[in-house]
Design a protein around this ligand. Structure first.
Ligand SMILES: [Zn+2]
Length: 137
């Protein structure tokens, strides 16, 4: 998924969960963590980025564990990172489910191709969920 999709989805999904705009912003910032880690590891090298992208930075289990056992803003931040992994799992490339280094363990559902028009649907879905949940309250 593109960065804009992660930003839009996490913000509106955070609002739909009942977070304040600041809480939703924290979740949105956390949603950028996996891709920021990849860029940091690659140190500007496209070759390194291609081999590091969607490996251990996109391994969902540490984020899930942290989101379950931590509290406060750090919990919200890492839950945002977990949502990033979930969205990337919808793409054909997918994420490493079993082994953090990816390789043959990387799987995706193939529902939404990165950069496709359907990414707007992901953002719109979160927006509509927020509208629905805020009007129901
Ligand atoms: Zn990613």
């Amino acid at each position: 998924m593109k960065a804009a999709t992660h930003l839009g989805f996490n913000f509106f999904f955070g609002l739909s969960l009942g977070f304040s705009p600041l809480g939703a912003a924290v979740m949105t910032a956390g949603g950028m963590l996996p891709d920021i880690c990849d860029r940091f590891i690659a140190l500007g090298s496209k070759t390194l980025w291609r081999s590091a992208h969607r490996t251990f930075s996109h391994w969902p289990w540490p984020y899930l564990g942290a989101a379950l056992f931590l509290h406060g803003p750090l919990q919200i931040f890492l839950f945002g990172a977990l949502l990033h992994c979930v969205l990337d799992a919808l793409t054909p490339t997918g994420i490493p489910w079993v082994h953090p280094l990816g390789g043959k363990w990387k799987r995706g559902l193939g529902l939404i191709k990165t950069g496709s028009f359907l990414e707007l649907g992901v953002i719109a879905g979160a927006f509509l969920l927020w509208q629905f949940t805020s009007s129901a309250a």
